[in-house]
Design a protein around this ligand. Structure first.
Ligand code: IPE
Ligand code: IPE
Ligand code: MG
Length: 278
């Protein structure tokens, strides 16, 4: 069994029960290298309590902290959080405004803790569409944490999978136009290398909260072979215990990548094949 590497800060409030649970998760099977999460249901969580939607977004920050730190403790190396989509710009301006202010505040409040926990922050998406205050605070925390290597936390902000693919296609077209590559050189690897996630491996596990069975323009290319876990829990109620459930579920999956089950050895003679298909 792998040894748990305790985090200095989170360890202060980590219960013995949680430590034991994490040990169970680690010994139950492989830990996903990259988890991506569609953090959905903040608005409904707040409305169910008779509050306005922004309370849900605020409460969701607690889930981000808890899930991020437990991922770091478990040895997950990449965590990508879908925080704001391209389509979310179509929401009422008051909500967008609130979300952007919340982003600045959260980055401000969490920076030191992220850094002390050896977590590196990166982002993907149309960052230049964010208000200046968001862009500069984001850059500040990215710079602060750039040499950390325990967990890479990637925030998808003003992100959409189609945008990502369109940008990659533009870059590849320019390289063809400049004569650096020919159309025949275009393959899986080349496209992956031109996406905003070029330095990040594809997600092993994708979690969506709030019970919606859709991808909502998240990492369209990258999740070709990711395992899906959908829960009805709203994001502000999603904490580490449910993350462990998602990982337990992942550990039971048989990732076949289009092949037959691992260990399947039955051979068929040509005569048997002909008999079956005739
Ligand atoms: C997810 O929660 C957060 C963002 C998309 C910014 P929602 O705001 O979508 O909450 P619901 O899905 O309407 O409940
Ligand atoms: C997806 O949630 C985007 C984020 C979690 C940031 P949405 O609430 O925007 O997705 P739809 O509208 O339900 O598909
Ligand atoms: Mg939603």
């Amino acid at each position: 069994m792998k040894n748990l590497e305790p985090l200095t800060l989170t360890n202060i409030d980590q219960t013995e029960e949680d430590k034991a649970l994490q040990e169970k998760v680690i010994s139950a099977g492989s830990i996903p290298n990259h988890i991506a999460i569609i953090m959905d249901g903040n608005g409904r969580w707040a409305e169910d309590k008779g509050n306005i939607r922004l309370f849900g977004h605020k409460a969701g920050v607690e889930s981000v902290r808890d899930v991020t730190e437990s991922c770091a403790q478990l040895g997950v190396k990449h965590l990508t959080l879908y925080a704001f989509s391209t389509e979310n710009w179509n929401r009422p301006s008051a909500e967008i405004n609130g979300l952007m202010k919340l982003l600045v505040n959260s980055l401000q409040n969490e920076a030191e803790r992220l850094h002390k926990n050896n977590i590196k922050l990166v982002s993907i998406g149309q960052i230049d569409r964010l208000p200046d205050t968001c862009q500069s605070k984001l850059q500040e925390v990215i710079d602060l944490t750039k040499d950390n290597d325990r967990l890479e936390l990637c925030l998808a902000l003003s992100y959409s999978g189609r945008w990502d693919i369109i940008e990659a296609v533009k870059k590849v077209s320019k390289e063809v136009q400049n004569g650096n590559i020919s159309p025949e050189d275009i393959d899986d690897e080349l496209i992956s290398a031109h996406l905003s996630t070029a330095d990040i491996p594809d997600p092993d596990l994708i979690i969506r909260t709030s019970g919606e069975y859709r991808i909502s323009n998240f990492l369209l290319w990258q999740l070709a072979y990711s395992e899906l876990y959908i829960t009805h829990t709203f994001w502000p109620d999603f904490r580490r215990d449910e993350l462990y459930e998602a990982i337990f579920s992942y550990q039971k999956r048989d990732r076949r990548y289009g092949k037959v089950k691992n260990g399947y050895t039955k051979r068929l003679s040509q005569a048997v094949i002909n008999k079956i298909i005739s």
